[in-house]
Design a protein around this ligand. Structure first.
Ligand code: BES
Ligand code: ZN
Ligand code: ZN
Length: 471
């Protein structure tokens, strides 16, 4: 067992007494020699003869935000894991006094998130080494471990490739890992025949090219008063999105195993509720299928009929997510009479281009609600931004041959048009928030230290939503 101490610091003169005398002197000398520039911060390690591993993790003295703190926590832990070798390690998080509780929370969160490994498919035989366990001590934020566990479930299922997580194996995964007493959920696995009975013509059209049958998985959590209207969460669960006949090209298709990020977020939220003691009724629904090319696939120019009776012209087979979500939204609205509906989807490249990989695009007809979500985003580091959603954008998804088209008329308004399309499938668009996580749910180029080392699942919006549901 290796014991590793990490000190988190932000002062001009870090207080190094918590380390062994050897490490203390080592760091002092380095700071004095300016090998380690306090102003810029960074991570510095010492390993002394008495087998003490010490890591000084400094925030720097420049301005900082919650994301910097979360990154700092992760940097320290990643450095510590670098010392692991074949051993078990115990990492002790130590803090200077001048961090507030809230600041500490973000450091701890980054630290816990950085502990997760994503080397699921590396053959271990090559180096024949079994990696040891990692234990992180010194986390004082209540329920933080439970939250990060839920985030990690989301990160894992989203990051795994499409031949490992298929509609069939995703159901198996949920049955094995989440359909357990400790999560306090009633889970219903609606199979394709059910979708047929519900006349979910849009969802089923997307599924036509897939070798697996579509399914809609429903999670019910009753933490609130009996009979109280639930908050419903809907997730886009495309285990693969090839684009269909309007096929995606290289390299954009390669990450489309991640097109179930919305479903992963919903699963993550649902998996956290009981453990966080949330006192609300919450329903999660994920629409699970693949968008594939086959003789049976739906085609451009097809006209489909939705569950709510509206007809839809298929302008683009790659705009499949909104078709799946539309039928799930109308089902949820009719079945649960929700107090509120949120949907989460890796929905548009347009949102990705507008907001990058750090901001989720949010849409609703309730401006106050959006302001509240944005504010919660700042507080939780699940950053969000409202994007335009006006009557002209809503008009742009109408079609001459059918009620709607799944692509809009404008050249550059893709994210808004997707939201506009979805708004036709909820009764009260003031009680509904659409969250486009195309950027934040598949983070690759703006990678953060707390992100997975080799894959892209982020578990975005889980922290924000658990805070929302606590209130
Ligand atoms: N899953 C994609 C959106 C996406 C793109 C997510 C990149 C993450 C990263 C979605 O199904 C899609 O292909 N959307 C199209 C819609 C267009 C054809 C109207 C898009 O945004 O390009
Ligand atoms: Zn698509
Ligand atoms: Zn998609």
């Amino acid at each position: 067992m290796k014991k590793i101490k990490i000190l988190f610091s932000k002062s001009k003169f870090p207080k190094l007494k918590k380390f062994s005398a050897n490490s203390e002197n080592f760091f002092k000398a380095r700071i004095k020699n300016s090998d380690f520039k306090i102003k810029n911060g960074g991570v510095f390690a010492n390993f002394d003869r008495k087998n003490n591993y010490s890591i000084l993790t400094h925030l720097g003295t420049n301005e900082y935000d919650f994301n910097d703190l979360q990154n700092l926590g992760a940097k320290g832990v990643r450095k510590a894991i670098g010392f692991q070798g074949e051993d078990d390690i115990e990492i002790n998080l130590m803090f200077e006094q001048n961090f507030s509780r809230e600041e500490r929370k973000f450091i701890e969160k980054g630290a816990l998130m950085a502990e997760m490994k994503d080397d699921w498919y590396k053959s271990k035989e090559k180096n024949a080494k079994k990696s040891g366990t990692i234990e992180i001590k010194g986390v004082i934020t209540k329920n933080l471990r439970e939250l990060v566990e839920a985030i990690n479930i989301a990160r894992e299922i989203q990051s795994k490739p499409s031949n490992k997580i298929t509609p069939v194996t995703l159901e198996e995964y949920i049955k094995k890992n989440i359909d357990k007493k400790e999560f306090g959920l009633k889970i219903t696995y609606h199979q394709q025949d059910f979708l047929g009975k519900e006349k979910m013509g849009l969802f089923l059209a997307v599924n036509q090219g897939s070798k697996d049958r579509a399914k809609m998985i429903q999670f019910e959590y009753n933490g609130g008063k009996k009979g109280e209207a639930p908050v419903v969460l809907i997730g886009k669960g495309l285990t693969y999105d090839s684009g269909g006949y309007y096929m995606k090209g290289y390299p954009h298709m390669n990450e489309m195993n991640g097109d179930m990020g919305g479903a992963a977020t919903v699963i993550g939220i649902m998996a956290s509720l009981k453990k966080l003691g949330i006192k609300k009724n919450v329903v999660g629904i994920i629409g699970v299928t693949e968008n594939m090319v086959d003789a049976n696939s739906y085609k451009n120019g097809d006209i489909l009929t939705a569950r709510n009776g509206k007809t839809v012209y298929v302008g683009h087979t790659d705009a499949e997510g909104r078709l799946v979500l539309a039928d799930c939204l109308s089902y949820a609205d009719d079945t649960f009479k929700p107090k509120m509906i949120f949907d989460f989807a890796t929905l548009t490249g347009s949102c990705h281009h507008s907001l990058g990989e750090m901001y989720t695009g949010i849409f609703s007809d309730d401006k106050k609600l959006l302001d509240k979500i944005e504010e919660l985003g700042r507080k939780t580091n699940d950053l969000c931004r409202q994007l335009p959603f006006d009557k002209r954008i809503k008009e742009a998804v109408k079609h001459k041959q059918a009620d709607l088209s799944n692509v809009g008329k404008f050249k550059f308004m893709g994210a808004g048009e997707a939201a506009a399309f979805l708004s036709n499938f909820v009764k009260d668009t003031k009680k509904w928030v659409h969250c486009d996580i195309a950027g934040t749910g598949i983070r690759e180029t703006q990678k953060q230290d707390y992100d997975l080392p080799n894959s892209f699942g982020t578990g975005t919006m889980i922290t924000l939503m658990t805070e929302f549901l606590k209130k």
